[in-house]
Design a protein around this ligand. Sequence first.
Ligand SMILES: [Zn+2]
Ligand SMILES: [Zn+2]
Ligand SMILES: [Zn+2]
Length: 376
Amino acid sequence: MTAWWDDSPLPPPGAFDDLCAAAGGGVRAGECRRATGGARALFSTRAFARDDVVFREIPALLVQDPRNVASARACARCHALLDETPTPTACAQGCGVTYCDERCASEHFSSGGHRIACVGPLESYSHPVAALKLACAKDDDGDGLLALLTETVARCVARAEEDAAEEDGREPPGEGGGGFLRRAGAHWFVRGPSSLPAARLESYATLVSDALDAAARDGTCAEDAKRAVLGGDATRAVSELVGLLSRNQLSVVVAANKPAAAAAAAAAAAAAPSSPSSDPPPPAAYDGVGVFPLVCLMNHSCEPCAEVSFEDAGAGRGGVRAVVRAKRAIAPGDELTHAYVDVDADVSARAAALAGFGFKCVCARCARARGGGERG
Ligand SMILES: [Zn+2]
Ligand SMILES: [Zn+2]
Ligand SMILES: [Zn+2]
């Protein structure tokens, strides 16, 4: 039996075609032609003018930072901000999670795996599923990583069960957990070893593994769900997933766009005429971590041609998505790049920040700075 992480690290050719088509067809996936960045890259298929939207993309996975939940109520499925929604739909099991409407609620409960991770019907915080949820909320220095891992595992379990039901309970021969994770999309992403300390990985693995055992006993997931997703070695599987997530996750910040917030900002600006004329940035409303397959294909450059931001399309209208805009004119066939780090920093500060991503930037600007000793 082959574990999913033993597969080829690169997705088959054409794996991104559906995603590119869904994103409007202005981009295509291909092999990276430069010495920097990953083995894969994203290219434009047509011309874009400066400030044009190149593509928008909904997340493959997204969780709200547990520390942000109290200040911003968002749909747990599509992550639309719900402050303007008069009657959000609550989880029917009473766990306190809210949604845009019944559709988001039922999708999250079934294919999103919320039925496994819901603490609504539990009577005690000592229940392993509640313990996992509590650990997610307390995982301050993990920046939402445990919450993202939990959502990923719940999604994979739900997917595994859908597949098993389709195949009349029989797993495809020779696939092990691989088939399920491939279909759940894990094979799309760059993988690598986790940089977390072994003790932290073991505690994550124990929390997740105990929660799945308990869910199987409670009947909220199939008995073999844990084996299907984590294989025979939960710590190894969690380590692989953490390595994948931490390499591919983006910090997702959506600025408040409510009329009330805009009016308050305008009033504050009018009351302080001596302040600089540029508008202050709107306050952040939603804060989370997510994985976006096409954005993940974009390599870093210190002179990027595109930038990534996030917007909320609204409750019942798709929720949070990534928006990639051209920073300058882009020609058909150009590689689409964005900045992984602050490009206003000088070359040595950028190199130090990029070392955390596991590569040394050899973009033209870095080459100029290193070669000629010029600043930049
Ligand atoms: Zn929603
Ligand atoms: Zn619930
Ligand atoms: Zn560079």
